[in-house]
Structures are given as structure tokens and as C-alpha cells.
Design a protein around this ligand. Structure first.
Ligand code: AMP
Length: 278
């Protein structure tokens, strides 16, 4: 497995590699969720590239950029074992050289939810994903449904900038109790960890309620929110029942619906989502 740190090195190595090339963009601190994307890419692509870059521009000023875990040797070992051919691991200066002044601003699916609660987040995500696209030139890009809004934003970005790439969404990998794997789960204290499954429990409660015939989205939303309010230590950022395409809130559930949740426990902010109706 090749590990490259600069744009020039990557471009030189990119010429002539077997295609299609699949890219798995990550911020490192790899877990089975990331690895599931790499395996899917391995099964579908002649060359698998993974980027490992903690992108400062997608963190807010009071967020966890400085404490975000960066276990690079372990990450490289896991990437190697998953069959990744090349890792792009640039420095911040390499990705944002002095004088960097161009940003990708998005509306539509980037507006609500994470967009409201983390101002500037999707501007940072869209900018780095556009830059990675021009450096790595993948035919396919693999993203997790764990970050459901991010997936919608990147699909929109690729369509709007007419990027010749297939954006592929992959299912969320969970712990046995249902907690979605996340690099941020390491922040949870032993007391908080069992409570964190409340996000998944809330989504399941919403899904069950619809399964029993409820069609009012607000009723389902409240059922989910109540699960979090009943769990000690949680602060809710948002609980929403949305159209899976537009991410706009639904009034009535007559077709596909997605539940989106963001909540804090202690100092840890967790997000999760699930299909509530197909
Ligand atoms: P991150 O390193 O958190 O930026 O995530 C990199 C990619 O891995 C994103 O496309 C995420 O959606 C995806 N991912 C993160 N957690 C999971 C998970 N539990 N299951 C599937 N994909 C995930």
C-alpha cells in the first residue's frame, strides 16, 4: 500500500493506475464503518484510494478539532488489511496553502439540520470533497449513510458541479446494541456509553409507531424526541422526520420517510438516522 502526502506525489502516482478508481474519504480514526466502505470499494473498483485528513474547515470554533483522534499508524494498518491500494494523507498546509480563498457554498440540502446547528460545516465539507475530487480523480466515491445529510449534500455537489463521479451510499455499521459506530464514540465515558444507544432506540420507536399505522409526522417526531428526553444527560439539537430526497420535514407520512437525530450527551455530540418508512 502506497502512502502519499502531497498533491504532486499523488498526481504522479495516479497516472496509469487501473480504473475504475474508488475513493473513500475519511478523517481517520478508522473503525468498521470506514472499513465497510473500503471493502465495498475493493469489491467494485480496480484501484481503491482512501484519504485520511482531519479537515479543519468543517469544524466550528467551539468544536473538537484539536482533540479529534489521529491514530495514523493504526489507520494505515487497518486500511492495508481492508485492501486499500493508496492512502492520501496530506497536511493542513498542503490542502490549504497560504492565500487559499476559494470556498464551495451550498444551499438546498445543506441548509437545515447540521447546516443550522454547525454553521460553516457543509461549506468545509463541500470544499474539501471538491478538492479531493480534483486531486484523486475517482470514478466512484463511497460515503456512509451514517452521515445522511452529508451524503445528500455530496450527491447535490457532484450533480451541480457536473463532476464525472458516481456517489455511492453505504449502510450504517452499528455496535451490537445499536449505537452507530463513530470516531467520536471514544469520547463517551463508561457511564455515558450505555445511554448513547438512546438515539437508535428513538429511531426504532419512530419506525414502530409508523408500522402501527401512525401517519402524522409530528406525532412520530415527538415519540422519538421523548425517548431522548427520558434518557438522563441528553440535550437534543434536533429530531426530524424528513423526505429522504429533499430532507425537508414531512407533515404526513404517505411514502418514504427518514428520521434524523442530533443530540449531546456530556461533551459529546452524536448524530444518527434511519429509514422510518420505505
Ligand atoms: P468520517 O471519518 O467521520 O468523516 O467518516 C468518513 C466516512 O465514513 C463518511 O462517509 C461516513 O459517513 C462514513 N461512516 C462513518 N461512520 C460510519 C458507520 N458507522 N457506518 C458506515 N459508514 C460510516
Amino acid at each position: 500500500m502506497n502512502v502519499l502526502n502531497t498533491v504532486a506525489e499523488f498526481r504522479a502516482a495516479r497516472a496509469g493506475v487501473p480504473e475504475p478508481l474508488g475513493l473513500v474519504p475519511t478523517m481517520g480514526a478508522l473503525h468498521e464503518g470506514h472499513i465497510s466502505l473500503a471493502r465495498r470499494a475493493r469489491a467494485e473498483c480496480a484501484t481503491v484510494a482512501m484519504s485520511v485528513f482531519v479537515n479543519p474547515s468543517q469544524f466550528g470554533p467551539r468544536e473538537d478539532l484539536s482533540r479529534y483522534p489521529r491514530p495514523i499508524e493504526r489507520d494505515l494498518q487497518m486500511a492495508r488489511e481492508a485492501g486499500v491500494d493508496v492512502v492520501f494523507h496530506p497536511s493542513v498546509e498542503e490542502m490549504y496553502p497560504a492565500g487559499h480563498s476559494t470556498w464551495v457554498e451550498m444551499e438546498g440540502p445543506a441548509k437545515r439540520w447540521e447546516g443550522e446547528h454547525r454553521p460553516g460545516h457543509f461549506r468545509g465539507v463541500a470544499t474539501v470533497v471538491a478538492k479531493l475530487f480534483t486531486i484523486i480523480a475517482p470514478q466512484r466515491e463511497y460515503f456512509g449513510e451514517k452521515d445522511f445529510q452529508q451524503l445528500a449534500v455530496i450527491r447535490r455537489l457532484a450533480a451541480d458541479l457536473m463532476l464525472p463521479v458516481d456517489v455511492i451510499g453505504c449502510p450504517t455499521v452499528r455496535e451490537p446494541d445499536g449505537l452507530a459506530l463513530s470516531s467520536r464514540n471514544v469520547y463517551l465515558t463508561p457511564e455515558e456509553r450505555p445511554l448513547a444507544v438512546a438515539l437508535h432506540n428513538a429511531l426504532q420507536a419512530g419506525r414502530r409507531r409508523i408500522g402501527r399505522g401512525e401517519r402524522e409526522a409530528e406525532t412520530v417526531r415527538r415519540v422519538m424526541e421523548q425517548v431522548l428526553l427520558d434518557t438522563p444527560g441528553f440535550t437534543v439539537d434536533y429530531v426530524a422526520v424528513v423526505d429522504p430526497g429533499s430532507l425537508e420535514p414531512l407533515k404526513r407520512i404517505e411514502g418514504p420517510a427518514r428520521g434524523l437525530i442530533a443530540a449531546r450527551i456530556g461533551s459529546v455530540r452524536l448524530i444518527d438516522n434511519m429509514s422510518l418508512a420505505e
